[in-house]
Design a protein around this ligand. Sequence first.
Ligand code: PMP
Length: 402
Amino acid sequence: MPPSSPTPSAFTFPVAARYAGMASSPLKDIFALAAKPDVVSFAGGIPDPSLFALEDIAECYDWVLTHQGTRALQYGVSEGEAELREQAARRLSRDLATDASQIRITSGSQEGLFVAAEALLEPGDVVLVESPTYLAAVQAFAVHGARMVGVETDDGGVLPDALDRAIRLHRPRLVYLIPTFQNPTGRSMSAERRAQVAEVLRRYDVPLIEDDPYGELSFDGHRFAPIAAEPGMSGRTLLMKSMSKLMSPGVRIGWIRAEGPILDTLAVAKAAISMQSSVVDQLTVARYLETKDLDAHVRRVIEVYRARRDAMAAALTPVLPAQAHVTRPEGGMFLWAALGEGYDAQLMLDDAVAAGVAYLPGWSFYAEDPDLSTMRLSFVTHSPEVIEQAVGRLGEVIARQG
Ligand code: PMP
């Protein structure tokens, strides 16, 4: 007989103040709703699993376990495995000369953000972010006690004048930007805007976290040089890259590019959090990058994503209210629609889910002053036909609100 389960006690763990109120995220409920089988969900940023290079990746895991097995199954170094840091530096060097010694491997960019926050932030520090910005980055900073302040943006990204004003007003510890195919808006900053932003950051000596998981998912082949490549910026920027959107989010591999003494601090923070990222996964990704053609794979993926972006943009245009504003991203995974005055995307969601379509209400991406009429729609997971039908149903929901 198994022992009977102990009587539940009235004990409640006292949680850290910075986690209080974070126990249940309203987004968890939204994702649960969106996961219902009869709902077409545009809510998550989920790569289409049918596009994974499954055979190639399996072959690399197999090779690593066969030829590097004992090493792959052993502890590794906090900085990351040498082969992967070499491959990471080689890829980054297309945009910005990088040596393997300047790379720190992380378990995805999400851990990169947490490691950076751990290394840089004191409770009460201000972090300036785009308005709107990537929610989980805000969370990684918030649990380290930082206060997020949103900086005004337009269709070309963060406004340099607004950034200048916010820096003078708030004296931030750092600025966090996603300059290319941003999450949630899909917008990108032009070369000119990047130079202006770099100029402001240099003027006030404010460090930058530049998060770039989507830059290589460029539909017209245009590569945006990172802000880190602007004159004088490489030593002031933590540039974050991830394999999640290019190869697989499940392998949990990303990297931070940095220069100077901060590299040691990042390694210490990484060691405190998780010792090192999985050695098996690191060696496998290194093998994949060395022996397979990631660029060719990415070209196949963006062909599919571009057609889906086109399908969603075309289906949305006729169903949005005349006053609405919608982005038409040249890459990445997301489209952002602001329905305008009088619409509340959160309130509309139940009706949308009942009609079999889900999206992410935009309020959650704002550090402050949310535009309640906004929504993020991921166009990468479903076929053009499914997108057209589901956006049609979304149109009926929108029409009922108007
Ligand atoms: N940064 C941004 C802007 C993202 O959109 C994401 C994934 N949604 C991440 C970081 C984290 O990605 P990962 O941890 O899978 O690399």
